[in-house]
Design a protein around this ligand. Structure first.
Ligand SMILES: [Zn+2]
Ligand SMILES: [Zn+2]
Length: 313
């Protein structure tokens, strides 16, 4: 197994005491996850930075004490140590579910790269075997969606793990750095995410409008055009505002907010379909987020949709 330790990928220290919580009993097995957002494959030299970004979004965006997963497997088959074997993960949806299974996330998206590579399946199998042998963990295998309402880990990974997580026929040797596939550099990646539910809104308080499992709409480096839609239900006449912002991962507490966009008032039927568009650029260190606000209590978001065109920078 090509294990990348926390110090090797440059993990931040986890917060105590929560991040130090140990498992209280042996694990039943292993649950697989995917990113639930757009993901583009990248050279292996960029994988550690991506794992650092995930950790930052879990700690600073979700407020968790560490990266949520036990292990993270990149498309090149390396296994990055997250919370590892002893510390309880926070990725499976509830304390009971976290206690029950290790959480292994494959760097695969819900758009862009949506199928695991053979090297990645070998890496995921390595991680499963390692959890069983060293954890210890029982032989149960499944996905985040087992016992929790989510599409995670996507259909491709779920079918594989439910088939017993067989090793692909190709050899385990790590793929060479892939030559950049640039069929047409002007062709953007099309991202569409549609999620039921959303935040409840208190009067005049901005709430993050999350897409899938992640808090960010997009991660740089890229140029983009993004439209977010939100179906809001509440008292007729309540005014809804959307606000985009860029977040530097190196300064997560200092977002650069756009001016608020007035997207209309809730109609007599008690519903507003709000949308706002933004074009821009993100550096490697930047994420794009969006927040929503109502000027009266009691409104809530029923559905969120993200449509984006993304050009790699
Ligand atoms: Zn998941
Ligand atoms: Zn990699």
């Amino acid at each position: 197994m090509d294990l990348v330790s926390r110090s090797e990928w440059g993990a931040r220290p986890y917060r105590t005491p929560s991040g130090a919580t140990r498992y209280s009993r042996p694990r039943r097995g292993v649950k697989l996850h995917y990113l639930g957002t757009g993901y583009e494959d990248r050279p292996h030299s960029a994988c550690a930075a991506y794992v650092r970004m995930l950790q930052a979004s879990h700690m600073d965006g979700n407020g968790w004490s560490d990266i949520g997963y036990s292990f993270i497997v990149c498309t090149h088959g390396a296994v990055f140590e997250g919370r590892g074997l002893d510390r309880r993960n926070s990725a499976n949806g509830s304390t009971a579910l976290n206690e029950e299974c290790y959480a292994v996330c494959l760097l695969v998206g819900s758009s862009g790269l949506t199928e695991p590579t053979d090297a990645q399946l070998h890496g995921a199998r390595d991680a499963i075997d390692y959890c069983r042998a060293q954890g210890p963990a029982g032989d149960w295998l499944g996905g985040h969606r087992d016992g929790y309402a989510t599409t995670c880990p996507g259909d491709a990974i779920y079918a594989w793990v439910k088939a017993g997580a067989p090793r692909p026929k190709s050899p385990t040797t790590k793929d060479p750095e892939p030559a950049p596939v640039k069929e047409d550099p002007a062709m953007p990646t099309v991202i569409t995410e549609s999620q039921a539910g959303g935040p409840e809104l208190d009067a005049n308080v901005y709430r993050l409008l999350r897409m899938a499992d992640d808090t960010a709409l997009l991660q740089g480096p890229c140029t983009y055009t993004v439209t977010t839609y939100a179906t809001v239900r509440g008292e007729p006449g309540a005014r809804i505002t959307l606000r985009f912002h860029d977040l530097m991962l190196s300064a997560p507490n200092d977002p650069s907010h756009d001016l608020p966009i007035d997207v209309g008032v809730i109609g007599p039927e008690g519903v507003l379909n709000a949308s706002a568009t933004r074009n821009g650029m993100l550096t490697k260190d930047e994420q794009l987020k969006v927040e929503i606000r109502a000027d009266a209590d009691g409104a809530r978001v029923e559905r969120r949709v993200l449509r984006a065109l993304r050009w790699d920078a």
